[in-house]
Design a protein around this ligand. Structure first.
Ligand code: TXA
Ligand code: MG
Length: 334
């Protein structure tokens, strides 16, 4: 066990919290920091020993590569081979922001970062604390989401503390993450970009810049984005995703008849009509649903419920990313 320092981002010039967090990164330690999507678990992307500590703290499988975070385009260019011109077009519109570009690595990042792949995922976060930390550390920072492997991603410093206290040097608290789901991962090694993971930037937004394909990622046979084959985002109790909301009340009652305490994750509209042992609310629109999602999943605890049934949401924008995470979090879909 190590003492995990709590640092508070104040968004000011020469912020002492940023200075201290950056010094940990520079000395090869791991620091959790806020981004606009979720909190990240950061370490020097050029230092293999530091990267190893990330994998240990998370309990992450070694074949799942990390995203490298940079403050400026030129830091990205320093890490990769020549890339297609559409990357710069996309960057002009979406970076800084919740999008990760998978590009050919030039071998500068530590080999543990890429898990032996020839590519590296790079992202320029927009959160002011992330940007300040990256500037102060003055190097690329590799960071997966700051949760224990398999658990829902953290969207505030309390979530990070639950999973990482005693395991990392420091947590930089910058308040709640605004987007709430991770970045869109987009393969930019081919003639056209391909979405590997839905996220904060939607396929429709990308399509306005350049035609993008979404690769159906299956849990089996060598997915191009290794992380998607693992069980993810699991709450502490079983979660069942229900396609037909009109069946929800009946399903809940059947379970309650078996002496189970049943939770329901539902829209405000459904919450008006439904009776359950505990109601978890999605929020009012797709943005809010995304922002609340991981906190909702983390609130599903054995002390309150034995099982939770989730209403399927309709997805038009960031809801696609939410649905993707719900499907991965769910024990089954009925
Ligand atoms: O919003 C985010 O992306 C957050 C914040 C902290 O930046 N990070 C994040 O990292 O979600 P992580 O490690 O939880 O998820 C990274 C995903 C994984 O599915 C991983 O397999 C994929 O990106 N990935 C990373 N490098 C890749 C590469 N070179 N090729 C394909 N997929 C890659
Ligand atoms: Mg993650």
């Amino acid at each position: 066990m190590m003492q995990t320092k709590q640092l508070y981002f104040q968004n000011k010039i020469n912020d002492p919290a940023i200075k201290e967090a950056a010094s940990y990164i520079q000395s090869g330690e791991v620091v959790a920091f806020p981004t606009e999507t979720v909190y990240g678990l950061g370490a020097d992307a050029t230092n293999n020993a530091a990267i190893k500590k990330i994998f240990q703290a998370k309990g992450r499988p070694a074949d799942n590569p990390l995203i490298v975070h940079v403050a400026e385009r030129k830091q990205m260019v320093a890490l990769v081979e020549e890339y297609p011109t559409y990357v710069d077009e996309l960057m002009k519109v979406f970076s800084p922001g919740p999008i990760t570009y998978v590009l050919k690595s030039n071998g500068t990042v530590a080999n543990l970062v890429t898990a032996g792949l020839e590519t590296v995922g790079i992202r320029m976060p927009s959160h002011p604390a992330a940007r300040a930390l990256l500037m102060a550390a003055n190097r690329p920072v590799a960071a997966p989401s700051a949760n224990l492997s398999g658990k829902p991603s953290p969207t505030n410093a309390t979530h990070v503390k639950e999973d990482m206290d005693g395991k990392i040097a420091a947590i930089l608290d910058g308040g709640a993450a605004n987007v709430g789901v991770e970045s869109t991962v987009i393969d930019c090694t081919g003639e056209y970009p391909v979405i590997l993971r839905h996220g904060g930037v939607t396929a429709a937004q990308i399509n306005e810049v350049i035609q993008v394909e979404t690769k159906q990622i299956k849990a089996s046979n060598k997915p191009k984005s290794p992380g998607v084959k693992y069980k993810h985002y699991m709450p502490d109790v079983p979660l069942i995703l229900v396609n037909d909301v009109t069946k929800l009340q009946e399903i809940i009652q059947t379970e309650q008849a078996k002496n189970k305490r049943v939770g329901a994750l539902v829209s405000d509209q459904t919450a008006e009509k439904i009776k359950a042992d505990k109601i978890y609310r999605y929020g009012k629109d797709e943005q809010e649903i995304a922002r609340n999602l991981y906190n909702n999943l983390r609130q599903m605890q054995v002390k309150d419920v034995d099982i939770v049934y989730a209403e399927k949401i309709t997805a038009n924008t960031i809801g696609y990313a939410v649905l993707d995470r719900l499907q991965r979090a769910a024990d089954s879909i009925i």
